[in-house]
Design a protein around this ligand. Sequence first.
Ligand code: SF4
Ligand code: FES
Length: 251
Amino acid sequence: MKIHLKIWRQKNSETPGKMVDYTLDEISPEISFLEMLDILNEDLLKKGEEPVAFDHDCREGICGMCSLYINGRSHGTEQGITACQLHLRSFKEDDTIYVEPWRAQPFPVIKDLIVDRSAFDRIIQAGGYISVNTGSAPDANAIPISREVAKEAFEAADCIGCGACVAACKNASAMLFVAAKVSHLALLPQGQVEKQSRVEKMVAQMDKEGFGACTNTGACSYECPKNISLSHIARLNREYLTAKLASKHLS
Ligand code: SF4
Ligand code: FES
């Protein structure tokens, strides 16, 4: 198949970027989107041109690195998958595909399609951990957890920290990401020790990084490749309110 690409090229964070046109002829519809970018880069290298910089690691929907905004949607127009799981068969012959990096002030562009998502790392460092000594693997039934709670905690733990929720949100809010991390640990007994300080610290760091407020449009959950539910944002709000009331009561 033949496809046309309009790709965001930007030398570095200080230089203004622009869309650049490329055309690929006779490309297999069975290859993945990232393989298509690999082929484009091989062509560019053969011509002595600078290849397109893009982030990737696992290429199987696990690491959350492939932060591509494709045809105006986080990870492309297919729901429930990451950009690396997208294949060219999702497009038509002679299609023009727009490829951009995540657009959000807390995710500055490093080069071309690569953005700096270390703001997410700093939010995790602020409280997304447990410090209880868990020792060796406990017996399966040593700490009974109901099926419903385990299922919800596992669903929250599905978040791969890709940042698609931020890119999809008109406010560049990181609430779905933070909610998934807070929810995951707040639901489990191992997460109870830092429950209160965790939510306060993670929300404070989220605000410090410059992410916007949540106005409940639901775009984050709709575009999330792991289908993280908005119900986790509701839990984050409850956890935050409870923590604030408790620290006010103690002070
Ligand atoms: S909530 Fe979804 S979209 Fe946001 S970082 Fe996690 S996996 Fe990515
Ligand atoms: S490259 Fe790992 S999720 Fe896409």
